[in-house]
Design a protein around this ligand. Structure first.
Ligand SMILES: Cc1cc2nc3c(=O)[nH]c(=O)nc-3n(C[C@H](O)[C@H](O)[C@H](O)COP(=O)(O)OP(=O)(O)OC[C@H]3O[C@@H](n4cnc5c(N)ncnc54)[C@H](O)[C@@H]3O)c2cc1C
Length: 337
């Protein structure tokens, strides 16, 4: 197990914010986790799991231990004509898993192509895009239970997945370290094309194959989203707000072009936070060294040297403007530490 003291986290968060952590540990197995969490300095000073840091904003130095999963194994545990059950180490890059599935003709995560980050974080966030989410294919999540000091397996139903939500953000927060995720992928074609430009792009590529869907999603994302390795950002800074139908109808009456999406919850509609922010005139603008991406208003960017405070001031100002114009609260999707 690798342990480093007093480390700069700038290379470990996609906003590129430079803060220090007292300690950084890379854990490959449950045995490593047992050894790490037996150390008093780890339990006493606090810890947090970090994948690629693509959904976190550090607001200051971290006084405890940053724990990163280094298990990068993909293992097919069971396979038949219907599909495959696959165990994936928490340290595997999410998009490498998507590519692996597409090249093995396994359906389920192709719409989630090019989402940065690790497999270990995917159940925490229940990552989603283009009408699909990680929860569609997750069967079980293997964790290290730091409170009880043992390995546990949580079934998908126990994870209480919702829109960018799971138990790992609530009752298991600060307790569960995700070691691996067990997925169930299908072999029957199940193209999901009814979101944004996906259908048109897939048809232009020659039809709904797994490879074409992946290519279409990658192309759409590259055209719209900044590369976090070039311009610091954490993807969507805010969640799309889910509001009562009456609120959505009021907004539609005044702005007929406002995008709305159905939700699984009766009487509730999802609005597009990016559209709301854009309508407040924020797209492409800056406040200090933090700004709003010029092609996607949901993405806040580090224009170079921005501090976490500058990003937070920008986010708060946008939030206030959206509430004043539309009477709708938008909440951060990014984990503010
Ligand atoms: C350009 C860009 C585009 C993006 N697009 C999307 C998108 O389309 N859809 C979407 O859903 N997200 C998107 N995101 C957000 C981000 O990619 C996801 O949230 C991703 O899951 C983050 O993975 P990570 O490994 O970087 O997690 P981190 O940011 O490191 O961590 C995120 C949270 O998960 C926790 N965590 C991480 N690993 C573990 C673990 N092993 N055990 C327990 N807890 C853990 C952390 O403590 C933290 O609370 C985007 C981000 C960027 C920069």
């Amino acid at each position: 197990m690798k342990i480093v003291e007093n480390i700069d986290l700038a290379p470990y968060n996609s906003f590129g914010v430079s803060v220090k952590a007292a300690r950084y540990a890379e854990v490959t197995s449950a045995e490593d986790a047992a050894e790490l969490f037996a150390r008093p300095e780890v339990t006493e000073q606090g810890w947090m799991a970090l994948g690629d840091g693509c959904n976190v904003l550090f607001t200051g130095d971290y006084p405890g231990t940053i724990v990163r999963i280094a298990n990068r194994e993909i293992t097919v545990e069971n396979e038949d004509s219907e599909g495959a059950v696959v165990r994936v180490g928490g340290g595997v890059e999410w998009d490498d898993l998507v590519e692996w599935c597409v090249s093995h003709e396994l359906w389920g995560v192709e719409n989630l192509s090019l989402i940065p980050g690790t497999v270990g974080a995917c159940p925490v966030q229940n990552i989603g895009a283009y009408g699909a989410e990680a929860a569609d294919t997750i069967r079980e999540v293997e964790i290290w239970d730091t409170a009880e000091g043992c390995r546990r397996v949580l079934k998908a139903a126990e994870c209480k997945f919702g829109y960018r939500e799971s138990v790992f953000k609530h009752e298991w927060k600060g307790r569960a370290l995700v070691l691996a995720v067990r997925f169930e992928f299908g072999k029957t074609a199940n193209p999901r094309l009814d979101y944004g430009d996906v259908r048109a792009r897939v048809e232009a590529l020659g039809g709904a194959t797994l490879r074409n869907i992946r290519t279409a999603v990658v192309e759409i994302r590259r055209a719209k989203l900044p590369d976090h390795k070039v311009v610091g950002n954490a993807g969507s800074f805010f969640k799309n707000p889910v509001v009562e139908d009456s609120v959505a109808e009021r907004i539609k009456a005044e702005w007929p072009d406002a995008p709305t999406y159905p939700t699984p919850h009766e009487g509730m509609t999802k609005l597009a936070a990016g559209w709301l922010i854009d309508k407040c005139g924020w797209k492409g603008r800056s406040l200090g060294r933090a700004g709003v991406h010029d092609r996607q208003a949901l993405v806040l960017v580090n224009r170079g040297g921005a501090t976490a405070e500058e990003v937070i001031t920008l986010a708060q100002t946008i939030r206030r403007d959206v509430a004043a114009k539309f009477g709708v609260e938008i909440d951060p999707e990014v984990n503010i530490i």
